[in-house]
Design a protein around this ligand. Structure first.
Ligand SMILES: O=C(O)C(=O)C[C@]1(C(=O)O)C=C[C@@H](O)C=C1
Length: 363
């Protein structure tokens, strides 16, 4: 036997021993999670098993402790899956998302809740809200803003008519690929299907590489991928999940014009989330229609040195010229300086609703 094969053998034996340890430790961890479930149930028969603030703390701790060689995000992803499996042992979690299967929203749902969550595709954003409101699922996942294309107005508008709360956020790096099926004539592509937002995010690449192909907008990237299966002269722009789901080949990868293209998704539910230590709060405010209203709204945030991460304006559905403001800022509603700001804004506003305080996205 050569030296290298002896070495390989020894290393594999060591890996087997380590796997034994990992297996034992994961099982012990799962056992602990089951005991946590018993404690929760003994305190409250309607106990909520999923604890986003605790999950965020676990992942942040692991990322801070990690010394490599795996990078912190990779390590957190592994722990994300362990926690997902532990939670499923306590109580399986059901999550609705803006479908169909294979969309970036499904990818975001899995990134946030892990593979052990049961995820159910819905045809529209309102349906995701409705399922959560009706208690048919525990949580929902909807897109809210894209770094290239801006806000998803439909999601914001749906919050105005709903009592649903925001329980979390997840940011997904969006990579688009040009996809074809095994029967596509790659030199004869004359039509490309995709969602309008994806076309917008890949405009320059398309102008340079497929200036003459017809661009056909469809309701989702997954739908685009599905259509390609049946047409020999068509391609689709979609992401990894759709490529995998419909078994398509990537003719060109990462064709988005901006390398930092990302989408933020919200986790919606019926629950108030306690502080995790690094939180955000989202509010919706209607101001009276008078001069200086916007200044009056923003001034308390400035004075209390609260870091505002987003401000969107949407027309209110009640008065013709009235606008409402969607504001995200750092901090949790239970922190004294946040409570103070909310009290001041309440006095100046026609209406204020806290949509939720939740952990800042970790992964
Ligand atoms: O700490 C808890 O409350 C648990 O239920 C345990 C645990 C975990 O596996 O660490 C599992 C699910 C919760 O969402 C948070 C954490």
């Amino acid at each position: 036997m050569s030296d290298t094969s002896i070495n390989l053998e020894a290393l594999r034996q060591r890996i087997d021993q380590l796997d034994d340890d990992i297996l034992r430790l994961i099982s012990e961890r799962a056992d602990c999670a089951q005991q946590v479930a018993h404690v929760k149930l003994s305190q409250d028969e309607d106990a909520v098993f999923y604890r986003p603030e605790r999950e965020a703390q676990v992942l942040r701790r692991i990322m801070a402790l990690n010394k490599g060689p795996l990078d912190a995000e990779e390590m957190a992803r592994l722990f994300r899956e362990i926690m997902s499996a532990c939670l499923a042992l306590e109580k399986p979690i059901k999550v609705s998302y803006l479908g169909p299967e294979g969309t970036f929203t499904q990818q975001a749902a899995l990134k946030h809740f892990g593979e052990s969550a049961v995820s159910l595709p819905m045809a529209a954003i309102d349906e995701v809200f409705r399922e959560v409101e009706a208690g048919a699922v525990n949580y929902g996942v909807v897109p809210v803003e894209n770094s290239t294309e801006g806000v998803v107005n439909h999601t914001l508008d749906t919050f105005m008519d709903s009592s649903i709360r925001i329980c979390g956020e997840v940011v997904l790096r969006i990579h688009h690929h040009l996809l074809v099926s095994e029967t596509t004539r790659r030199d004869k592509v004359s039509r490309i299907y995709s969602h309008p937002q994806s076309f917008a995010q890949c405009r320059k690449w398309l102008d340079a590489h497929f200036p003459h192909a017809e661009r056909v907008p469809v309701s989702s990237n997954a739908e685009a991928a599905k259509l390609v299966k049946t047409e020999w002269h068509s391609a689709a722009i979609a992401g990894d999940m759709a490529a995998k789901l419909y078994n398509l080949e990537r003719v060109a990868e990462k064709i988005e014009d901006r390398p930092d293209n990302s989408t933020r998704f919200l986790i919606i539910g019926n629950q108030d989330i306690p502080m995790s230590g690094e939180d955000k709060t989202s509010i919706v405010v209607a101001m009276r229609n008078q001069p200086g209203a916007l200044h009056d709204l923003l001034e308390p945030f400035h004075r209390h040195q609260i870091d505002m991460t987003r401000l969107e304006t949407r027309p209110s559905r009640t008065g013709v010229w009235n606008y409402v403001f969607f504001i995200d800022f750092k901090g949790h509603r239970d922190e004294p300086r946040v409570t103070a700001v909310l009290e001041e804004v309440q006095l100046r506003a026609a209406e204020l609703r806290v949509l939720g305080s939740y952990p800042q996205g970790v992964l």
